[in-house]
Design a binder for this molecule. Sequence first.
Ligand code: GLN
Length: 258
Amino acid sequence: MKKVTKAAALVLAMAMMMSMLVACGNDAGAATGGTLTFGTNAEFPPFEFVASNGVIDQYDGIDMAIAKQIAEENGMTAAIENMEFDSLLIALSNGQIDAVIAGMTVTEERLEAVDFSTPYYTATQVMIVKEDSDIASAADMADKKICVIQGYTGETCVQEMGYSYEAFKKGTEAVLELVNGKCDVVVIDSATAQKYVGDNEGLKIVEDASAFESEEYAIAVKKGNTELLDKINKAIEAKLADGTISELSAKYIDESGE
Ligand code: GLN
């Protein structure tokens, strides 16, 4: 199962937009000042979500803690721009943000548009179903109502399986649809699924490792921004080596409750 077929047209459209933006000479996002601006979509617990007091303003989660540390280690302050997941790579390309940290899976089509850091987390797509569901594998979704989140790798997976589905803007919306019995299964990343199952009665996770390949989350920077990428990679590699990232993951995944 490859995630390569996701809208070649999107890549083309982005390439066209980028060439237009380059023509405008807009490169305001270069990380030369005191602020390192990360784009995210704060609808993806435990990686990014809105909380009453987050690690960066109202934003909390594994990614937010990592972003803050990366900025601080480079003598900068982290700022967050919260936007739709689908807008992140465009905002990066046009210089509105310096980097994207959004539980974003490295895929071949995204690599056409941006550069990715060393991966910091391994995930997989899973299926959230009602506790009494007879769905036991991805193939069982064939005649079911499937919900995905627009632009997530889960959408690509379901598309490649050839199943029809309904796409929602937010994970919470898709899960609500499932809770209300309006769909049979939500395909979404593992740790986020765990969080939603913990938050809602009567749901369970079904895994199918033969149908969903593992995915790696990494931070994206504008193509060719090696200066920032080197800084990010140094920080990420140190945090992987000294256990900071696994500690953060454990902390936020535990907090998600079960
Ligand atoms: N990992 C998934 C993707 O990259 C979902 C990411 C997210 O929703 N933040 O598409």
